[in-house]
Design a protein around this ligand. Sequence first.
Ligand SMILES: *[C@@H]1O[C@H](CO)[C@@H](O)[C@H](O)[C@H]1NC(C)=O
Ligand SMILES: *[C@@H]1O[C@H](CO)[C@@H](O)[C@H](O)[C@H]1NC(C)=O
Ligand SMILES: *[C@@H]1O[C@H](CO)[C@@H](O)[C@H](O)[C@H]1NC(C)=O
Ligand SMILES: *[C@@H]1O[C@H](CO)[C@@H](O)[C@H](O)[C@H]1NC(C)=O
Length: 433
Amino acid sequence: MGGSNEYEYKKPSRLQNPTRSKLKILLLLLSTNLFSIYLFSHGIKLPAVFIGGSDVLLQELNSTQSQLSHSRAELAQLHRHLSTAEDLLETLLSELGRKFGDHNADDKWPGEIDGELKLAVGPHKLPLGYNHNLGTDELFPTLGAACRRFQPEVANYMTYKVGGECPSDEVFAQRLMLKGCEPLPRRRCHPKSPKGYVEPAPLPGSLWATPPDSSVVWDAYTCKNYTCLINRGLKKWNYDCNDCFDLKGREKSRWLVDSGSGGLDFGIDSVLATRPRGTVRIGLDIGGGSGTFAARMRERNVTVVSSTMNFDGPFNSFIASRGLVPLHISVAHRLPFFDNTLDIVHSMHVLSNWVPAATLEFALFDIYRVLRPGGLFWLDHFFCTGDQLNATYVPMLEGIGFNKLRWATGRKVDRGAVKNEWYLSALLEKPIT
Ligand SMILES: *[C@@H]1O[C@H](CO)[C@@H](O)[C@H](O)[C@H]1NC(C)=O
Ligand SMILES: *[C@@H]1O[C@H](CO)[C@@H](O)[C@H](O)[C@H]1NC(C)=O
Ligand SMILES: *[C@@H]1O[C@H](CO)[C@@H](O)[C@H](O)[C@H]1NC(C)=O
Ligand SMILES: *[C@@H]1O[C@H](CO)[C@@H](O)[C@H](O)[C@H]1NC(C)=O
């Protein structure tokens, strides 16, 4: 722990859940009864004040006194037993709660939670096979208080020298974020600075320049330079944003060509052409990869913020080096924009069937929320299996309330596609009321 005691993690008070309160009342009843039974069976007598003289009285008092002190001792022991029992019961309850998915037990909500709130608290299970680099089987919706669920990890994360250099534990920190501990609570240290930092290239050249390796702290990554990042994408599928660090490769042509009616590839210019000229000015690219969508939009005088985590690569640093705005948030994060503000939201590959359904629906409603009336949602190459498409995702999307401007589905045939995998590309519009 850094600094003074007041910043130390406070253990929340116990026994607030109603189930527990009921059990506590039960225990209380039980202990009161035990006490009565005890008094009765030990035959504690009242002093015989009116029976004899003062000697008799004193003797009686004396004996009563000793009996009472004896009783007191036994009572104290009984109390100790009871409190041990209560502790055991407490432990048992929280274990049971964990076993049966009652995460409330650890959330310390003042009362029972249900309905929307319970859903918002989560967590939501990831489909099998999607947890290989996430370090969790479940996604937790973002909730400031969620850090409380992982107190030992958070305590570990918060162990640093105040004012000193922060530990290099980026992967660990991002796993905490995915568990809903977002924003992270670390506030008083300096991140490690890249060695031999050189200032970025000036705009507009920086948009398409691979940044120098010395602009990044590589500790958290297997690759230690951009050459490695670019090459690994060509060799092996399975990385986030496989080939997107290669600005001279496929990135160069993305979103420039429209595949036309029925095709999955929409072009940026044809999308912008659906609005009056110049009225698409600000936006967000969810899971923005290396920032190329934002770069292309910038060339069209549109300011786009790219949200991304740093899985398998320094995405945030790369985007920033290009002169674009990275936003380090998870897909579970409520978008940090106000209602009815953005002209366009784009997302390619990231919002797909790996996101738990409840989390995905939250994200879609959130996109609707931050878009201004008449704003565009470009869902680009959403992927899922053929049966999921019609059974789950089309109804979910249609339930959000967008107007459809363009809609295309097609079999996924690219590298890494699994059996019966489909793509959906859609251009949706938030209605003007
Ligand atoms: C009271 O009990 C104590 C021992 O417990 C004894 O020493 C004392 O004499 C007793 N007093 C009377 C009045 O019986
Ligand atoms: C790039 O990093 C890899 C390992 O990540 C290393 O093997 C290689 O030598 C590095 N290349 C340069 C040019 O630094
Ligand atoms: C972007 O803005 C600049 C300066 O206002 C202007 O000269 C340029 O033509 C604009 N580019 C596009 C593609 O609209
Ligand atoms: C989904 O439903 C539409 C219309 O009912 C149908 O044409 C299409 O083939 C279905 N798609 C898949 C992938 O099953």
